[in-house]
Structures are given as structure tokens and as C-alpha cells.
Design a protein. Structure first.
Length: 270
């Protein structure tokens, strides 16, 4: 991407000084390209301001309320889910009240979904992993009644389009949420042991094929960990009140990798 400096200065250098000018132009152009790349990376990885973090937090619960209302009538399971998320995040009284107000706002007829998504997209850097955190929370909200209906799918598709998330990213996140919810439901049953993650679920979470080699599995795991590590997400603007979601995601990624790294999967790579 960053080669314009070398190309332009090499041509000018050759035109003004022949082969020696060409070499000089390449060297100077390379230095300019390196500087541009560093500037671009800093711009892409900039953290969010306090105002942006607050908007991300409020927007999460606004969209959640809108998702619940879009089914026609907000059910008790939708409200219970919102409260469960707040407890899981360990929100204090002030943040809990803000989240509930945002949830109620999202349910109103005046709520503008397109404006919210456009606002959040403008605040996030292109490709920001915070968009996946937002998507994960909304997919989990859609599963509050046990299934993702057609209306849910349409709203989640709008979300992915607004944040420029691919179909693969959506499916991988959906599998991750579904796996976690299934194990949580089993754990809530009296006398039932904690459900273990299956190899199929682990492959879906890491987004690898059934015949993926050990090196491919490790590459997918490292890429996912690099994107979703809580410390990096907080540095990029994830509100600290939502850090537990990122921590849970990392734990799932680690569990998936441990399952696929066992002897049975390693044999295929030989």
C-alpha cells in the first residue's frame, strides 16, 4: 500500500540524475513510505475518547432494546437478558441506570437505528475489533428467546453492513455465542456437570476447517487472540465496564485451541 514515495522519487531521480538518481530516489522514497505507514498505523489504532467510549456503551444497550422491540413485543426473556448482561459486566448503580435508560430508548418508535450505526462507525477505526464485541453482544441478545428469527437476522445484517463485517466474521461470532449459551444452559440444570466444548464447536469458534493442520489452527488462534485480547481492546477504546465480555471471549478461544491441539487433531497434520 505504501509505495508511492519510492515510485515517484525513483522516477524523478532517474530523470534528473540517471541510475545514481534512481538509487537516491528509492532510498528517500522508502524513508517517506515508512513514515507514512507509521502514521497510518497510529491512526488506525488510536483509542477512543471518553465521549466515544460512553457512546459505545450506551449504543450497545440502545441497539439491544431496539432488537427486542423489533420482534413486536418485548418479552420478559429480553429484559432478563439485558439485566443478566449488566450483572455479568459488574455494572455499578450509575452505569446500570444508564444501561436501562438506553435499553428503554432503543424500544421507542423514535429510535433511529441507522443514525446510531453510522455514528458508531464514524467513531471506530476501520476494522476495529470493537465492532465484533458489539456484534457478539447483539447476537447473544437475539438468542434471548432461544432462536434467531428473520427480524433478528435482518437487523444483524444491517449491523454487519454498517461496520463492514464479513459473513465469515458473523458466522464465527454466532458459533462462539451459541457454544457459550449451550454450555451455560447445561450448567444451570441442577446436578448437571459443566458441558464440555466439542471439537466441532472449537473449530467453529476459531473458524478453521475440519481438515485444518496444526499450523493452521495455531495461526487462526493467534490471529483471534491478537484481535480480542482485553488489554488491546481497552487500549483501543473498549469501555472498562465491558471488559468482561472480552475476557470471556479470550477464555473461549483458549479452550477451543486447547481442544484442537490435543493429539487427535495433531495426527492430521503429519
Amino acid at each position: 500500500m505504501f509505495w508511492w514515495g519510492k515510485a515517484i522519487l525513483a522516477v524523478l531521480g532517474f530523470y534528473r540524475g540517471g541510475p545514481a538518481g534512481l538509487v537516491f530516489g528509492l532510498v528517500v522514497g522508502h524513508m517517506i513510505d515508512v513514515g507514512l505507514r507509521r502514521w497510518w498505523l497510529r491512526r488506525q489504532q488510536r483509542g477512543l475518547s471518553a465521549e466515544d467510549r460512553q457512546r459505545f456503551f450506551i449504543g450497545t444497550f440502545e441497539f439491544m432494546g431496539h432488537l427486542a422491540k423489533s420482534k413486536g413485543r418485548v418479552e420478559e426473556v429480553d429484559i432478563d437478558f439485558a439485566r443478566r448482561v449488566m450483572r455479568r459486566l459488574g455494572l455499578g448503580r450509575e452505569h446500570t441506570e444508564q444501561a436501562m435508560q438506553a435499553f428503554q430508548q432503543g424500544k421507542t418508535a423514535e429510535f433511529n437505528r441507522e443514525a446510531l450505526l453510522a455514528d458508531l462507525r464514524a467513531r471506530l477505526s476501520p476494522g476495529s475489533p470493537l465492532a465484533l464485541i458489539f456484534l457478539e453482544t447483539q447476537i447473544e441478545a437475539a438468542y434471548a428467546d432461544g432462536r434467531i428469527g428473520d427480524t433478528d437476522k435482518a437487523l444483524l445484517a444491517d449491523l454487519c453492513k454498517a461496520f463492514r463485517l464479513s459473513r465469515l466474521q458473523y458466522e464465527q461470532t454466532r458459533h462462539l455465542v451459541r457454544s457459550r449459551l449451550a454450555r451455560e444452559r447445561r450448567a444451570r440444570r441442577p446436578g448437571q456437570p459443566e458441558a464440555a466444548m466439542s471439537r466441532q464447536q472449537a473449530r467453529e469458534i476459531l473458524g478453521v476447517a475440519p481438515d485444518a493442520s496444526a499450523s493452521e489452527i495455531k495461526k487462526a488462534y493467534r490471529r483471534a487472540m491478537n484481535q480480542h485480547h482485553p488489554d488491546k481492546l481497552v487500549a483501543k477504546g473498549l469501555p472498562e465496564s465491558m471488559q468482561r465480555i472480552a475476557t470471556e471471549r479470550v477464555q473461549q478461544l483458549q479452550s477451543a485451541y486447547e481442544i484442537l491441539s490435543k493429539r487427535g487433531d495433531k495426527k492430521r497434520s503429519r
